[in-house]
Design a binder for this molecule. Sequence first.
Ligand code: HEM
Ligand code: HEM
Length: 205
Amino acid sequence: MALQNTLTRWGWPAKLLHWVMAVLIIGLAATGVFMANFTDWYYPDMLEATTARVDLTQQHKSFGFVVFVLGCLRILWRWFAPVVPGLPYETPGWQRIAVGMTHYGLYVLIFILPLSGWLMSSASPLNDADAYPAQIKNMVFGLFELPDPIAPGDRYLAGLFHSVHVYAGYVLAGLLLLHVAGVLYHHFILRDSVLTRMLPFGGDR
Ligand code: HEM
Ligand code: HEM
């Protein structure tokens, strides 16, 4: 598999980053909704539900941090390998604009989601040792602690970034739906190489 992108196919670093991040982000969104809303329903025992919620949230923060780091690598790679496959020649102008805006939006969300999650968790009263002696720090896989840009215990900012995190999640779901619908339209209706050139061993067809 080639390293560099060309005008007709993606190189392996772009493919690897795209698919690893897609799996992580979709997994984070699904487990995020579960841990924030359904643990009490899934675990009838309250202690079990709280433990599961805390454990899942710490895993969520850790994988969210990985998304942020991979996002930085992806932007760097996009910068150093700026040639990317173009849309098929006959694609109408409005579709080119829609695709550009969707991709741009997805790139922005790759950063807004982890950053809002980090700021919300930093400001959270649960991270404030004075108010909550069992303090839940923001650990990454139990290995190191994320710094706190906001002093823990700021309910207003915790609420604000929580809202940003949740609404960014809704926007992500909407853009992802458009993104996948567009790709499937190219693959099954227009029958071009837009999907296959992004697949692990796919190229032009
Ligand atoms: C791409 C990365 C991420 C995605 C897609 C994502 C998505 C989500 C979603 C969909 C929820 C459920 C919201 C709700 O229904 O209330 C959630 C909750 C949460 N996320 Fe994330 N998240 C990401 C990264 C992070 C990071 C990096 C952190 C912290 C360092 C974080 C901290 C949290 C916390 C603490 C909650 C629970 C909020 C609550 O209990 O209401 N997230 N996330
Ligand atoms: C949260 C998950 C996802 C995110 C954040 C995401 C993001 C992106 C972005 C930003 C691009 C543009 C790349 C660039 O121009 O640098 C792209 C391309 C692409 N994505 Fe996704 N994607 C996700 C999930 C998916 C899924 C589930 C599919 C499967 C249908 C898919 C199929 C593709 C394909 C085929 C391309 C290449 C389009 C082309 O060559 O013109 N993506 N994706």
